[in-house]
Ligand binder design. Structure first.
Ligand code: GLV
Ligand code: GLV
Length: 355
């Protein structure tokens, strides 16, 4: 191969490898056993010739790595993720490295995990499973693991982009919840869906569902029974959910986070869970990933999973393929993307541009 492309991790499927090798690229896959590669590890991988890199969200792609990639002759980097808070896009631009991400293929998979966590929290599935396995079940009781009925309750979505909107649809269509959402941009298609679905329910003699675009995020927090967070992580969304905002939520609300850990002040969340036993959370991401803040693991009203929201086979293979296409497109100069310094569209039409 004429071009040297590095993937910092083995990725699912083989299509992505074939795409690259069929088009003059030699693919090198790092097989280092430690999970998180440091900047030094990656510098060693780059060497003195590298045309493009497929990297992971656990890596810190900033000034050091982009300048090194440029020195090695590289012009292309793709995160194998839709989120790119681990990437300093200004540093990449400074060194003429195009950056891509992998939106689209993970929308439904991620929304399905957020829906799973919502249901698991509302019906206390993990607690109940642990109770069974501990041999504690000694007969049916009217009070055993009573949870919430979603039907007719309100689902709150903060960040109604692709994933937030897909999640909202699942909860509305599946469980006939009403919607309240907060986003800087209007989620027109989602609003149209809820309106049409509400009319359909009414015509079938059922209670229609309703939607509301909240003027402030606080309105969502106050009114919703189940709240799912889908913002981009940046300076404006760091600790978006803090002590004060937790305090205005319903005492028996459910909070789900499949976006990025630092969107929640996790220490404040642990305190909130301690004093509000009916408040429940489903978390896929953590502030100091892979670690949890002290106390979280002991909370029965928290469900925690290890950043697996995009983990379906179809999606992970799709993410690998998209990441490979991003890098290949830049290396080969395919006229697919309008902005030469940006391989993929970073944000969907419903989200603000990066600062
Ligand atoms: C995963 O968290 C992603 O951003 O794709
Ligand atoms: C009832 O199931 C309870 O333990 O809260």
């Amino acid at each position: 191969g004429k071009y040297r492309v590095i993937s910092t991790k083995p990725m699912p499927g083989t299509r992505w490898i074939r795409l690259l090798t069929d088009q003059d690229c030699r693919v090198e896959i790092c097989t280092e056993k430690k999970t998180i590669l440091s900047v030094e590890d990656i510098l060693a991988l780059l060497g003195d010739k590298c045309d493009g890199v497929i990297g992971q969200l656990t890596e810190d792609w900033g000034e050091v790595l982009f300048s090194a990639l440029r020195r090695a002759g590289g012009t292309a980097f793709s995160n194998m993720a839709v989120g790119y808070n681990n990437v300093d896009v200004n540093a990449a631009a400074k060194y003429g490295v195009a950056v891509g991400n992998t939106p689209g293929v993970l929308t439904e998979t991620t929304a399905e995990l957020a829906a799973s966590l919502s249901l698991a929290a509302s019906r206390r599935i993990v607690e109940a499973d642990q109770f069974m396995r501990a041999g504690l079940y000694d007969g049916w009781l009217p009070h055993l693991f009573v949870g919430n009925l979603l039907k007719g309750q309100t689902v709150g979505v903060i960040g109604a982009g692709r994933i937030g909107s897909a999640y909202a649809r699942m909860m509305i269509e599946g469980f006939k919840m009403n919607l309240i959402y907060y986003d800087l941009y209007q989620a027109t298609r989602l609003e149209k869906f809820v309106t049409a679905y509400g009319q359909f329910l009414k015509a079938s003699g059922e209670q229609p569902v309703t939607w509301k675009r909240a003027a402030t995020m606080e309105d969502v927090l106050r009114e919703a029974d189940v709240i799912s967070l889908h913002p981009v992580l940046d300076k404006t969304t760091y600790h978006l959910i803090n002590k004060d905002r937790l305090s205005i939520m319903k005492k028996d609300a459910i909070l789900v986070n499949c976006s990025r850990g630092p969107v929640i002040d996790e220490a404040a969340l642990v305190e909130h869970l301690k004093v509000n036993p009916m408040f429940r959370v489903g978390l896929d991401v953590f502030e100091d990933e892979p670690h949890m803040k002290p106390g979280l693991a002991e909370m029965k009203n928290a469900i925690v999973v290890p950043h697996i929201a995009s983990a379906s086979k179809w999606t992970r293979e799709g993410m690998a393929t998209l990441a490979a296409l991003n890098v290949l497109g830049k290396i080969k100069g395919y006229p697919v993307w309008s902005d030469p310094n940006r391989i993929e569209v970073f944000l969907d039409e419903n989200s603000p541009p990066p600062a």
